[in-house]
Design a protein around this ligand. Sequence first.
Ligand SMILES: *Cc1c(COP(=O)(O)O)cnc(C)c1O
Length: 405
Amino acid sequence: MKLTPSSVADAQRWTAHNYHPLPVVIASAEGSWVTDVDGKRYLDCLAGYSALNFGHRHPALIAAAHAQLDRLTLTSRAFIHDHFAEFCHRLAELTGQDLVLPMNTGAEAVESAVKVARKWGYQVKGVPAGRARIIVAANNFHGRTTTIVSFSTDSDARDDYGPYTPGFAVVPFGDLDALADAIDEHTVAVLLEPIQGEAGVIVPPDGYLAGVRQLCTANNVLFLADEIQSGLGRTGYTFAVDHDGVQPDMHILGKALGGGIVPVSAVAASRSVLGVLKPGQHGSTFGGNPLACAVAIEVVKLLEKGEYQQRSAELGALMHARLNSLVGQGITAVRGRGLWAGVDIDPSLMTGRQAAEALMAHGVLVKETHGSTLRLAPPLVITEPELDFALDRLETTLHQPSGRS
Ligand SMILES: *Cc1c(COP(=O)(O)O)cnc(C)c1O
């Protein structure tokens, strides 16, 4: 067998085509930069869909991982390890919740939230067996499991994966009247991304999240905030809901919680909610493992100081000011908060994919979401000159769409 692991063609030949990656093969990375197999450097303005909020190989996170690899990697939840309590305690404090349920991937955390909300509905709210309803928003993205794609409105994500899990209702995102109408006596939860990432970084109208909180409280319904992409400093706040001063009943976390090193996700909630789980009723072999906890403890510590939230807010303001100045010059609209932007490229100029390829030729990595929208989500460790470099290259791309190389 001849192995040529560095070629784009081989990467396509031996894998399922469930992704359409940019034709770059990355070999190493540090901070905001990655280097490909030919030694060319690119500024990473996707940051692993926000899994790399602290950049590539943040020294504190790498040190924690190394130290843990030399000591203890896995126990399973059959036993307790010496980082477990600290991780759960710190994350509970960061979220302002009582209890933490550690899992691995984002989709598992969302699944866990759905299961806990339903159990809460039957055992605490008193919903008749099998009747629990959860309300979600149109254009949501909560992951890829069969239950989660059952309530997706994206045909690529959903089609031909049925039969679908029942018990979900979809309302337009940002529409409080539609949400109020959809809530009935069997509704146990409203599940939302506070800012919809995959849909193109869609920020809801002012007052929406506070209104959702009020409706949920008034109707004894749980507000489940999927902060997997929006949380952990991305928007200039620890959590996107903090901008609105709203405390959800559940924080659903993932992506950056693993520091770009290991998959770590979690659900954090009050004792009255997560307390419905009893031994044997839910679990995960790898959830809350020692390596995951060692890294995630350092992630929470980085966020406890507020420095990254502040960087995101300040550099995000610069980024949005520059992007907004390009509206009408190749860009039709810009949305977002902090170091997070959905940028609609003028479709008469190029598609999102073409813009991403042109930017790659100019040394900046981003990814399109849908149609002509680019998502900018640089690592929160990015410096102002690096951010300017990325935005300079974006301007060049808009004025010189075909790129140079
Ligand atoms: C990425 C994402 C998920 C799914 O996370 P995975 O780790 O890919 O399973 C869920 N919700 C949101 C908002 C996300 O951005």
